[in-house]
Design a protein around this ligand. Structure first.
Ligand code: A2P
Length: 271
């Protein structure tokens, strides 16, 4: 008589082709809308900092996937993701309940436009993010290549509430204390957190702060200049559209992997 199948075998038997099955290592909940998790990285999995992958779970008998920016840098041995929790989201309603030891699926091919290769050389790199749109930049600000290519890196992060900024503050702390990154990053990286629905020293949508010029005054930098400044934008569809208009008004052009230019955009994913 055959031995009964072990639970692991049952899970493995259902994993579709072309998909990695990885183990959750840690989970941190920031608010009732946001959490982060880290998982094992398959040995053959390569990606460029700033790219996204399709992340999934088996829900019943079927895998459910959503696009997720990889928040860890390309040199990291583990993979990190920063996620929203949508109460009835097809994936996140389940993903928000994962625990260390659980299995998460990942399709094998990463992709994306928020990569250094899609930008022409410049001096100052702006990363404009709202909400979970900070995730691809969490990868890029931990990649030494970013600091080889740019003299100054400015990460703006706008959220509705102060508690939603914590992931960004934790990142800054981690970088400062990191044994080799701390030195590479030095004073090149500036963090500009703003909040729109609570009192906070830095208040308002990033688009309004750009238009009023307050962003540049606060940072002590001149307004956008196509020969010097480069941009990456990640947020909601409306935020991408409005920020893009301002960059184009300043004379910057949108680039892509096959046509590098002065700025690139990508939607922060939900679901
Ligand atoms: P606001 O509170 O004024 O809507 P969301 O969670 O809805 O994606 O919003 C995240 C942050 O992005 C919020 O602070 C929100 O500000 C801001 N935001 C929303 N739409 C835009 C936009 N079109 N341009 C710039 N910022 C935006």
């Amino acid at each position: 008589m055959d031995a009964p199948a072990r639970t692991d075998d049952v899970v493995a038997a259902k994993i579709p082709d072309g998909v990695y099955a990885e183990t959750v290592l840690s989970v941190e909940h920031y608010t009732d809308r946001l959490f982060r998790f880290r998982m094992t990285r398959p040995s053959g999995f390569r990606f460029r900092s700033g790219e996204f992958a399709m992340i999934g779970l088996m829900v019943g008998d079927k895998p459910v996937y959503r696009a997720y920016s990889i928040a860890s840098p390309s040199w990291d041995e583990e993979l990190e993701f920063f996620s929203i929790k949508v109460p009835d989201g097809p994936l996140t309603s389940h993903l928000q309940a994962i625990k260390p030891g659980d299995t998460v699926l990942m399709r094998k091919k990463p992709t994306g436009t928020l990569v250094l290769d899609a930008l022409t050389p410049g001096k100052r790199l702006y990363m404009f993010s709202t909400g979970t749109g900070i995730a691809p930049f969490a990868s890029l600000i931990r990649d030494p290549d970013t600091y080889d290519m740019f003299e100054e890196v400015i990460l703006t992060h706008t959220c509705r509430e102060v508690a939603e900024l914590k992931y960004g503050f934790d990142l800054m702390e981690e970088i400062r204390n990191h044994e080799f990154l701390g030195e590479i990053v030095g004073t090149k990286l500036k963090h500009y957190p703003t909040v729109t629905r609570e009192d906070y020293p830095y208040q308002g949508r990033i688009t309004d702060l750009m238009e009023s010029g307050k962003l540049y005054t606060d940072l002590g930098v001149p307004p956008l200049e196509p020969a010097i400044d480069r941009g990456m934008i990640c947020g909601s569809a409306a935020m991408l559209k409005d920020t893009k208009v301002l960059l184009e008004k300043a004379g910057l052009n949108e680039g892509a992997n096959n046509k590098p230019a002065e700025f690139v955009i990508e939607r922060a994913f939900v679901g």
